[in-house]
Design a protein around this ligand. Structure first.
Ligand code: DAH
Length: 345
């Protein structure tokens, strides 16, 4: 019995010392220990000399050892099979697999096109923050507390206080960027300010809790309503084409006086009347007006010396007309079937 135990201990040391680092050595290991004429088989000889009452114990010791060797073989084999396969013969004449190209998001396409047009007219691109305070989003834009127009803009508040000047909110329009620009720069100012805006509205095909706008602001000496009209007229002709007509309707915005909304003739139905233009042949695309003197004063710009115009439009609206997208939710669903339709633009 002792001889058997000694022999097994000795073999265990040998196994530990074995260097096995390739498939061939693993196979050699198997044959040496587990093969039909292997070391384990030979150990059975020891059983002959063991007294009968010790045989069960000796059998157990041998079995344990066999199990250990088999486990070692198994793990060796597994670890080796995880190594990379040797390189297969490769046919270098095969054509390559093309990369799948993504596509620009339709709103990005609209924005890039508009940027180009407004850049040509001397507007530079500026961005303002989406998280805003009461002053920049409302108060400085001539929308004081209790002003009814505030209710039109269902605001998401991050911090709402009884003292409105302490409020922190998600901007409801890109007009906040007008304030940000005027507090930093002196006229002449000629900027286009794109960005995302937020309103607490139920999500449906026609309204969403976030969307995108681009804001125009032009302040200089002698800027008049003619400049406003001509700038927007040029933009519409450049973007939608020569056949499209425009019209202005008087409107009201607290930050402009006078104010106007601009319609274009419906390009979906060629002004014949459809769902999009509610059978009028016209669709509204933006709000605009001459910057209110009070707004200029808020930023220490003398309204006797300087005048300006501002405009704001929704990018989703523009994209809807250009690409006939009739569900606002599509813009933020990341559905590849929608997005890939814009891959050639
Ligand atoms: N801020 C307005 C809105 O979100 C849009 C707007 C109207 C912007 C008139 C302007 C403007 O700059 O002059 O509904």
């Amino acid at each position: 019995m002792e001889k058997l135990i000694d022999e097994i201990n000795h073999l265990k040391l040998n196994i530990q010392a074995e260097v096995i680092d390739n498939a061939q050595k693993i196979e050699e290991f198997r044959i040496k220990y587990l093969g039909t004429k292997g070391i384990l088989k030979n150990l059975m000889i020891f059983l002959k000399d063991i007294p009968i009452h010790q045989k069960p114990q000796a059998g157990q010791i041998l079995n344990d050892f066999k199990f250990m060797v088999e486990e070692k073989y198994k793990t060796l084999k597994e670890s080796f099979s995880q190594e990379p396969e040797p390189l297969q013969q490769f046919d270098y004449s095969l054509p390559g697999t093309p990369f799948k190209l993504g596509s620009k998001h339709p709103l990005r396409i609209v924005l890039d096109d508009l940027t180009l047009i407004f850049n040509k007219m001397g507007f530079s691109i500026e961005e303002g923050p989406e998280i805003e305070d009461d002053w920049h989003n409302f108060e400085s834009m001539n929308l004081p507390e209790f002003h009814p127009a505030r209710d039109m803009q269902d605001t998401f508040y991050i911090k709402k206080s009884t003292d409105v000047t302490q409020n922190v909110l998600l901007r409801t329009h890109t007009s906040n960027t007008q304030a940000r620009i005027m507090e930093k720069h002196k006229p002449p100012i000629r900027v286009a300010c794109p960005g995302r805006v937020y309103r607490n509205e139920a999500v449906s095909a026609r309204s969403h809790c976030f969307f995108h706008q681009i804001e125009l602001l032009y302040i200089d000496k002698h800027v008049s309503f003619v400049d406003l009209k001509q700038t927007l007229y040029y933009f519409v002709k450049e973007y939608f084409g020569d056949d499209v007509n425009i019209r202005f309707r008087p409107s009201y915005f607290p930050f402009t006086e006078p104010s106007a909304e601009m319609d274009i003739s419906c390009i979906i139905c060629n002004a014949q009347g459809c769902n999009i233009c509610k059978h009028t042949g016209w669709v509204e695309i933006l709000g605009s007006g001459m910057v209110h003197p009070k707004v200029l004063q808020n930023f220490h710009i003398d309204p006797e010396l300087y005048t300006g115009f501002a405009a704001g439009m929704g990018l989703e609206r523009i994209a809807q007309l250009k690409y006939q997208v009739n569900d606002l939710r599509l813009y933020s669903q990341n559905d590849i079937r929608f997005l890939k339709q814009f891959s050639s633009l």
